[in-house]
Design a protein around this ligand. Sequence first.
Ligand SMILES: NC(=O)c1ccc[n+]([C@@H]2O[C@H](COP(=O)([O-])OP(=O)(O)OC[C@H]3O[C@@H](n4cnc5c(N)ncnc54)[C@H](O)[C@@H]3O)[C@@H](O)[C@H]2O)c1
Length: 254
Amino acid sequence: MSKRLEGKVALITGTGGGQGREAACLFAREGAKIVGCDLKIEGARETREIVKRENGEMISLQPLDLADGEAVESWIRLGEETYGGIDILYNNASSPRFAPVEEMTWDEWHFTIRNELDLIYWSCHHAIPLLKSRGGGAIINTASVNGLIGSPGIGTFAHCAAKGGVIALTKQLAVELAKYGIRANSISPGMIVTPGWDVMGNVENVHENLKRVIPLRRGGQPHEIAAVALFLASEEASYVTGANIVVDGGLTAM
Ligand SMILES: NC(=O)c1ccc[n+]([C@@H]2O[C@H](COP(=O)([O-])OP(=O)(O)OC[C@H]3O[C@@H](n4cnc5c(N)ncnc54)[C@H](O)[C@@H]3O)[C@@H](O)[C@H]2O)c1
């Protein structure tokens, strides 16, 4: 059986754990060569080891701050030099600060915008010329259900602004880049059990609450996001661009 990403080169951000690690492993199993990165040194190295153990191909730069434009340019150049081009850009990494608006500091607001939006500007800015020179490609941006709805309790003011921005900028990318054969789509995860949940404290309580508010009565798993990203990256999604695919166990359907 042919692999779904055979011969493709995929940039994936935030491969140090969670959804980024899962995507790196799945995309590699499907034949892609992976160019990963993360701020987290240990996590990113571990992901590279896992991919290698499974006979996949992956290089990784860590620590890499994706909101630093020069660092992002070097990372993408390393990928191109190593594997001869880029076909897929999966903007998975992000890092928010949570607080109600009247308590949120200016620094927390800007931390969120920097680490949820600036990093997408930089990776798109530097990768798109390479996707064009390859004759096309796929961009997948990770948004969130918080780009569509608010949440009680955890103070998602800045996070909602940033993720709403991700959904909107993805539509603009789809329109702007279609003539180059580049598709752009976003994924909006609901509650996905990853290390990103550490900020929420008592995880047992969180799981109990999820049973009440999510029709499928559980949080999602990183592989359930990676599967959708794989579809969007592959030729099976050849007519899908400008879409925002919600993967939330029915949360936003209620
Ligand atoms: N887990 C959820 O419930 C959930 C829900 C909705 C959306 N999302 C989104 O899914 C994506 C993946 O998140 P996750 O759940 O796997 O969380 P995670 O925290 O486990 O993974 C995110 C990774 O991005 C890295 N990162 C953050 N900022 C960075 C920067 N400036 N430079 C380099 N690396 C950076 C982190 O170090 C981390 O390894 C994120 O965009 C997140 O907003 C997650």
